[in-house]
Write a protein that binds this ligand. Structure first.
Ligand code: OOG
Ligand code: NI
Length: 469
């Protein structure tokens, strides 16, 4: 007789996978462990110092996900690799959200972020993986492009058992406990670091000379995780504390300036490690060399912006960069931060204003006062009136995604590119989606849905008819 074993919820698989990935990376890159400790200390301090921040984190539940919150990044070389990754991440409830074209910023990749999409799943585990596909068509030298394609065609980045388990998930509709554990172990193999290149030192050099990123993707057995980023509540404090722990951060924090009401995402990273790599010579001997790819990063997340808010952000960021005229670097960092703060004074720094001007997405909650008030009293009120009277509260939705300009800055600082090159290739979301095998999900749609669901539950809790913005 066949007994039906219950399936493990994808959110649970993701939670365990995220932990396993963090443990593996900490063992591979001990500095990541230092970073986790530093962020933890800063977060504890930030919460102690600000009762307001503490209240906000309690109210939204973010306090519970904070210590396990992290994103990672990987880079793959072929459409088949990307499509299989999509199936692998689906096992743990992660779906491709957003499209990022980094070619205009001189990085020959385009990307998406695999992540959970529903607020309840995000609350269980907000783990995200920024996933980039190398755009071989942007390599101008035809011969080198062919060489890279040939090398990539020969590799398999998944274990046979991982593939079996992905198919099992797809056909049976889930994985049992035993299978889920096996899946985590097997899928982790894809992201492991290999200190042996799959190409000779001279081929590595050719790829590297074209672009360091190309060598990083093509010359290795698989898409090693290249960083894992914890979430801090105070990135300015983290930036100052890093050198005290012998970590030297990049010159400028990417993203918006410091604000009372944080928006989107602010990120800082430290330089990639130089790691020993063995190359096989054309005569079969092993030659020692090195490769720099893996780095550390810290981020602070703020409110998710609406299309209108995002447009304002993009314009103000561009205006700041135009005013600086040259790329931000160590020498002009302070000046750039000044310009940034000044320019962003045009972006309201108050949640109520951001809400009334529809610049950000929010989540609504019934207050104690609302829950104990007479329905009749509230029935005729608009949402704004209910808020004014203290029956409903709101909190910003956390930005769960990435920023292309910031991502390019992170890539650049770690690839050590001197000049800023531009790839002229057309933005090709369509080609990316074809390679991925599905359309990417629109992140603005997800935030709007979460906001809407919170309005529905709030109205229901107060026994009111549906509320609209
Ligand atoms: C990804 C860089 C982008 C971020 O946080 O914006 C990124 C990479 O270097 O592969 O991780
Ligand atoms: Ni990152």
């Amino acid at each position: 007789m066949i007994t039906h074993q219950p399936f493990v919820h994808p959110d649970e698989i993701r939670t365990h996978f995220s932990k396993a990935m963090s443990d593996m990376y900490r063992a591979e890159v001990p500095l990541y462990g230092t970073l986790l400790q530093l962020v933890d200390a800063i977060n504890t301090q930030a919460i102690q110092q600000s009762p307001q921040l503490n209240h906000h984190l309690q109210q939204t539940g973010e306090i519970d996900r904070l210590s396990m919150e992290r994103h990672g990044a990987i880079r793959v070389g072929t459409a088949a690799e990307l499509a299989t990754l999509r199936r692998l991440f689906a096992v743990m409830g992660m779906f491709p959200v957003g499209y990022y074209d980094l070619a205009p910023a001189g990085v020959p990749v385009h990307s998406t972020a695999f992540r959970a999409v529903h607020e309840a799943s995000l609350q269980t585990s907000p783990f995200r993986i920024f996933t980039s596909l190398l755009r071989l068509e942007l390599i101008e030298q035809l011969q080198l492009r062919q060489l890279a394609a040939d090398i990539l065609a020969k590799r398999t980045i998944f274990t046979p058992r991982a593939i079996e388990l992905i198919m099992q998930h797809e056909t049976a509709g889930g994985l049992t406990h035993h299978e889920a554990d096996d899946f985590i172990t097997q899928s982790l193999e894809t992201f492991r670091w290999h200190n042996q290149a799959t190409v000779s030192a001279s081929v590595y050099q050719q790829l590297h000379d074209q672009h360091r990123l190309i060598a990083d993707v093509v010359a290795f057995k698989g898409p090693h995780i290249n960083h894992l980023t914890p979430r801090t509540l105070d990135i300015d404090a983290a930036q100052v504390a890093m050198p005290k722990h012998d970590i030297s951060p990049k010159a400028v924090i990417e993203g918006p300036p410091p604000r009372h009401c944080p928006i989107l995402l602010r990120q800082t990273s430290f330089k990639a490690l130089e790691e020993k790599v063995a190359f096989i010579s054309d005569h079969g001997q092993i030659i020692q060399g090195h490769h720099t790819a893996r780095f550390g990063e810290i981020e602070q997340r703020g409110a998710a912006l609406t299309a209108k808010g995002r447009d304002l952000y993009d314009r103000l960021l561009q205006a700041s960069q135009d005013q600086l005229q040259v790329p931000a670097n160590e020498k002009n960092a302070a000046h750039y931060m000044e310009i940034l703060s000044q320019t962003f004074s045009q972006f309201p720094d108050d949640y109520s204003v951001m809400r009334s001007e529809q610049l950000a997405f929010f989540r609504y909650f019934p207050t104690k006062k609302g829950l104990s008030a007479e329905t009749e009293l509230m029935q005729e009120m608009t949402l704004d009136e209910l808020i004014c009277s203290g029956f409903i509260q709101f909190e910003p939705l956390v930005y769960e995604d990435f920023l292309p300009v910031s991502a390019a800055g992170i890539f650049q600082s770690n690839l050590g590119d001197k000049g800023q090159s531009h790839f002229s290739g057309q933005s090709s979301k369509q080609a990316f989606q074809r390679d991925l095998g599905v359309m990417v999900i629109d992140e603005l749609q997800l935030y709007a849905e979460t906001q809407q669901r919170s309005l529905i539950t709030t109205a229901a809790a107060l026994k009111l008819a549906p509320l609209s913005l």
